[in-house]
Design a protein around this ligand. Structure first.
Ligand SMILES: [Zn+2]
Length: 243
């Protein structure tokens, strides 16, 4: 599932292609995606990200809100199968989504506000205070996946950040000291920035510290990485670095 870095990399590809383009036509091949004709003629002012959401600001005070969920992605090359397409004066953006769980919807500024207000701080846009994490007794790894507490971190970067900050994923969130939370905040930002630096090569080239590395040596101490399941999701950690 695309997390903050993958979404940012996609936004970085979309923005230079779509910004300042005018929408010529919209096409939905899926009744769940309703793109009305009111979009036609509007100019795309900005393509940006908030958490794992892509926000496309349009002229005349409308927005396109996109969430990729499990398998969503946007391509400029024409695909055989796609759920929706936005045809613009600067090319066509195709929304592909094999499992069809992604969301693409037209929203008013008020609806956009309401949707984004539900999100916690975005580590790269709003800083990473993480004070909300102290208000929950859930394990820290599980709490990090809650988009109302931190927006953009998913299963991969939760494991990666906790390893970087040397915090055990099973620790109760409300047991973390303020120094540990600060270290975790820095670790989250560093893990996300490192991933974004891969650019479009991220899916082939990315090397993780712990994610998916069960039984392989920790890159810091050589101890075998372990996997555990928390809330039905895999967590990877080093039992020595993250006591
Ligand atoms: Zn280690």
């Amino acid at each position: 599932m695309p997390e903050l870095p993958e979404v940012q990399i996609l936004v970085n590809q979309l923005a230079p292609r779509l910004e300042r383009a005018r929408i010529r036509a919209v096409e939905s091949r899926d009744p769940k995606i309703k793109l009305d004709r009111h979009l036609v003629g509007r100019r795309i002012r900005r393509v940006r990200r908030q958490g794992k959401n892509i926000v496309v600001d349009l002229s005349g005070g409308l927005h396109l809100l996109v969430h990729l969920r499990m398998t969503g992605w946007i391509e400029f090359d024409r695909l055989k199968r796609y759920r929706a397409a936005i045809h613009t004066t600067r090319g066509t953006a195709y929304f592909e989504d094999a499992r069809r769980l992604g969301v693409m919807q037209v929203v008013t500024p008020e609806q956009l506000d309401r949707a984004l207000k539900k999100l916690g701080p975005d580590p790269l846009l709003d800083g990473c205070g993480l004070s909300e994490l102290q208000a929950t007794s859930r394990p820290i790894k599980v709490a990090l996946l809650d988009q109302r507490l931190v927006a953009g971190v998913g299963n991969i970067y939760a494991s990666e950040s906790l390893w970087r900050a040397r915090i055990n994923p099973r620790r109760r969130s409300d047991s973390l000291q303020s120094g540990e939370l600060r270290a975790l905040g820095r670790a989250i930002v560093a893990s996300l920035r490192r991933a974004i630096a891969y650019g479009p090569r991220i899916f082939e080239a990315q090397q993780f510290a712990v994610y998916g590395r069960k039984g392989r040596p920790c890159r810091r101490c050589g101890t075998m990485i372990r996997r555990l399941v928390q809330s039905q999701r895999s967590t990877y950690f080093c039992p020595r670095c993250q006591r």
